[in-house]
Ligand binder design. Structure first.
Ligand code: FAD
Ligand code: NAI
Length: 328
């Protein structure tokens, strides 16, 4: 290409941010678009008068060497820290301590510190839902829900969950099929602040019985407020069965389940909020990494291309960026 190439990334979650930072390092001009107010996607934190709650990603592990090196640099920059909760496991046999030697990381002072750090100086057009892509003269225009045109761009990376990616990929035969055939499972996340500290030594529980999948005490994570804030996350199956329930009923049901898990009475929360994730995790793992149609200048990444973890989203974004760089 004779001019400086321009790349648009639709979706500013971990996969889009990963691709953006790799391209930025290579000197490529990148613009991110996201329908939400800010960046982070499912790596999300809620700020309240009672402190913050990580409503999506709870923590992450690093197994890929490239991701481990990136995590080390984020730790040096103060964006993340290691988290050493007192871990438990709950199943039909009850609640038992389940400490292990796995290194786990969290954003500090909240998960979104990491997304903010990764966004850095990249341009983000927020509050903008991209509805379709139009190809003219070898370039892409992005059309948002107000029918405003953005672009042109030489290349586009689609970094959104598959149901949201499929309409954007409508004209690209080899990419639309994987997106249309991939599905995500839902999840409910509940944030509560309790009036006093619970008499429980558990900081986090892997729950393997009942509606819950996971509970965690926010104050056990580094840099958080001292309030008795907990996040409760449901299993996908329970969320599927309660998708349209009233949020207040969701809170009641998951707080009751939390009492069962910890074996103690949970007092009435002084703050509560439920968040429904329609696309929480991929229904199946796959090994695509990233998808590409280089002749049309369009690429796809996201956790659903590699496995439903933050690390997978990051690796997928790196692979999409590498594919873009290989044709420039
Ligand atoms: P997303 O984060 O979903 O980013 C996609 C972005 O695209 C979003 O910001 C969205 O607003 C935007 N978007 C969508 N459609 C459009 C459009 N048309 N136009 C513009 N923008 C659009 N992983 C772990 O490793 N550890 C955990 O503990 C963990 N816990 C989790 C708990 C929950 C409740 C959930 C939901 C997920 C959890 N995960 C966890 C998974 C992890 O959060 C994801 O794997 C990762 O954040 C996915 O990143 P992504 O970039 O692929 O997608
Ligand atoms: P990890 O290695 O800590 O956990 C992986 C899985 O191993 C856990 O889900 C749990 O089943 C089991 N496990 C690990 N340590 C355990 C212990 N000490 N005691 C009992 N069981 C233990 O982390 P990894 O592989 O990075 O996974 C990330 C986490 O993200 C997982 O917990 C996963 O369930 C969660 N996740 C949640 C989503 C949601 O929508 N709620 C979506 C995607 C991921």
């Amino acid at each position: 290409m004779s001019h400086t190439p321009r790349v648009a990334i639709i979706g500013a979650g971990m996969s889009g941010l990963s691709a953006a930072s790799k391209l930025r390092e290579a000197g490529v001009q990148v613009t991110l678009f996201d329908k939400s107010r800010g960046s982070g996607g499912r790596m999300s934190s809620k700020r309240t008068d009672f402190g913050t709650f990580d409503m999506g990603t709870q923590y992450f592990t690093a197994r890929d060497p490239g991701f481990a090196a990136a995590a080390a640099s984020w730790a040096d920059a103060g964006l993340i820290s290691t988290w050493q909760p007192r871990l438990f496991r709950y199943d039909e046999k009850g609640l038992i301590p389940s400490d292990d030697s796995q290194q786990r990381f969290v954003g500090t002072p909240r998960m979104t510190a990491l997304s903010r750090g990764l966004l850095a100086s990249s341009e983000l057009v927020s509050g903008t839902r991209i509805e379709r892509l139009e190809r003219q003269a070898q370039q892409w225009h992005l059309v948002d829900s107000q029918q405003t045109l953005h672009g042109p761009y030489d290349q586009v990376i689609v970094a959104v969950p598959p149901a949201q990616a499929a309409p954007l990929l409508a004209g690209v035969a080899n990419l639309v099929a994987p997106a249309s055939n991939s599905s995500m499972e839902p999840g409910w996340a509940v944030a509560i602040t309790l009036p006093q500290k619970l008499d429980s030594s558990a900081d986090a529980v892997f729950v393997r019985s009942g509606p819950l999948d996971w509970i965690a005490r926010e104050a056990s994570k580094p840099g958080r407020a001292n309030s008795e804030n907990w996040v409760l996350q449901s299993t996908p199956a329970w969320a599927e069965a309660h998708l349209d329930d009233d949020p207040a009923q969701i809170v009641d049901a998951l707080v009751a389940a939390m009492g069962e898990v910890l074996g103690i009475h949970i007092p009435t929360p002084v703050f509560q909020q439920a968040h429904r994730w329609l696309y929480a995790r991929p229904a199946a793992d796959c090994e695509w990494g990233a998808l590409a149609a280089p002749e049309q200048g369009i690429y796809v990444c996201g956790d659903w291309c590699l496995g439903g973890r933050l690390e997978a989203a990051w690796v997928s974004g790196q692979q999409a960026a590498n594919a873009v760089l290989s044709v420039q």
